[in-house]
Ligand binder design. Structure first.
Ligand SMILES: NC(=O)c1ccc[n+]([C@@H]2O[C@H](COP(=O)([O-])OP(=O)(O)OC[C@H]3O[C@@H](n4cnc5c(N)ncnc54)[C@H](O)[C@@H]3O)[C@@H](O)[C@H]2O)c1
Ligand SMILES: [Fe+2]
Length: 383
């Protein structure tokens, strides 16, 4: 038996933030990153709370990639203030930190139910609707996803006004995260008709609107579409899981602080080649791995070549690399320019072990060996 469930109520469209006036809580902790406070974007959150007569405090000590020590500081703040709910405002880092803070605080004190309202300010992770929280063990230099239904937000508010200020480089990285969620969930071993429908729509939107949002951040139509695509792709991978692009990207984030979506974008062409067993020298074959058909469908949705299976997969790989080049995302680790070959190659063995153990590996369409993962990390240096 399979079950498809969407636990989070989604408010979206014009004036979606007005929902904050009517939430069923009297005392909330707003958890966000310093940018949201310094840019005064937080006023867009606190004004409707004040209008609704809801008491609040703002905790803005969140940093990228949800390190566990910062989560502990948040738990302390939570226990001091004793809110009925958390309003998480920011990118995936702020939303994931909020999820972890709520989870740990509730477990420490048998606190009872605490609400979570997630308000993304990037169009990327889909964390507002997922049961994942990616946390970073900075001492062990390992980043891993916590996965539990209890992490899922009760409500999500999608207001594209909040993403207007995202600079082009972050629009590119987070947009490629959306695309990777849609693609990995579409080929995952756990995909089903419901998740596929969500992935397909997110892929279609990325094909038309990601470059537009990158080239003109004030293109509100493109911004709105990408904000919805991010949420659709989040719902898709929440149901179907992800794959080794994410498992391997988590390690690049933990070891070298490569932004999450950028690491995904860089790895993705290599993973499509690995999962399909089609590389640039491949000839057409009698039989293909199951993911080849799924990748071909994606090529079709993106309007790329569908002459035959090999060409369809190749066009998808080319399209991803085209997007990387158009949006100034490096193709190789060497191109980043700040990571030495010694540091990178010394880390590969540990990263491969951690990638194999990552929760996202279980649903990858082709089972990788440690050698496969090492080969892909090696190729990523400079191919
Ligand atoms: N929980 C999930 O389901 C899930 C899924 C994928 C990724 N993740 C995790 O989420 C994290 C990445 O999240 P992200 O890609 O949203 O980035 P992020 O939250 O780390 O933010 C990146 C940068 O963008 C800035 N920023 C955020 N909103 C902005 C805005 N409106 N205008 C200008 N700047 C803004 C932030 O201050 C930060 O400096 C990673 O830790 C990743 O592993 C979680
Ligand atoms: Fe992601």
């Amino acid at each position: 038996m399979k079950t498809f469930e969407m636990k989070t109520v989604i408010h979206f469209g014009d004036n979606a933030l007005e929902r904050l006036e009517h939430i069923p809580y009297k005392r909330v902790l707003v958890i966000t990153d310093p940018f949201v406070v310094q840019s005064r974007m937080v006023d867009l959150i606190t004004a409707p709370l004040a209008r609704g007569g809801i008491e609040y405090q703002v905790f803005c000590d969140v940093v990228p990639d949800a390190p566990v020590d910062k989560i502990a500081v948040g738990v302390k703040k939570f226990l001091e203030y004793q809110p009925e709910a958390i309003v998480a405002v920011g990118g995936g880092s702020a939303i994931d930190s909020s999820k972890a803070i709520r989870e740990f605080a509730m477990n420490i004190n048998n606190y009872g139910k605490v609400g979570l309202i997630a308000i993304p300010t990037t169009s990327g992770t889909g964390s507002e609707v997922t049961s994942f929280a990616v946390v970073n063990d900075t001492e062990a230099k390992v980043k891993y996803p916590l996965v539990s239904d209890s992490l899922t937000a009760d409500e999500a508010i999608l207001d594209a006004e909040l993403v207007k200020s995202v600079p082009p480089a972050i629009t590119a990285d987070t947009g490629m995260d959306v695309f990777t969620h849609a693609l990995e969930s579409y080929v995952s071993t756990d995909h089903n008709e419901f998740s596929s429908a969500l992935s397909e729509k997110a892929i279609e939107i990325c094909g038309v609107f990601l470059l537009r949002a990158y080239l003109d951040g004030n293109d509100m139509h493109a911004r709105q579409k990408m904000h919805v695509a991010s949420c659709l792709a989040g719902l898709a991978f929440n149901a179907a899981g992800l794959g080794i692009t994410h498992s391997m990207a988590h390690q690049l984030g933990a070891m070298f602080h490569i932004p999450h979506g950028r690491a995904n974008a860089m790895l993705l062409p290599h993973i499509v080649e690995f999962n399909s067993d089609i590389n640039k020298h491949s000839k057409s074959q009698k039989e293909y791995l199951p993911s080849v058909k799924r990748y071909s469908n994606i090529s079709h949705i993106l309007g790329l070549s569908n002459y035959n299976k090999v060409m369809s997969v190749r066009s998808l790989v080319n399209w991803i690399q085209f997007m990387q080049k158009e949006m100034n995302i490096p193709l190789t680790i060497q191109e980043i320019g700040t990571i030495t070959p010694d540091a990178y190659f010394a880390a590969i063995d540990k990263m491969a072990d951690a990638a194999l153990a990552d929760a996202c590996t279980a649903t990858n369409p082709r089972v990788p060996s440690k050698e496969d993962i090492i080969k892909i990390y090696t190729k990523l240096w400079s191919f």
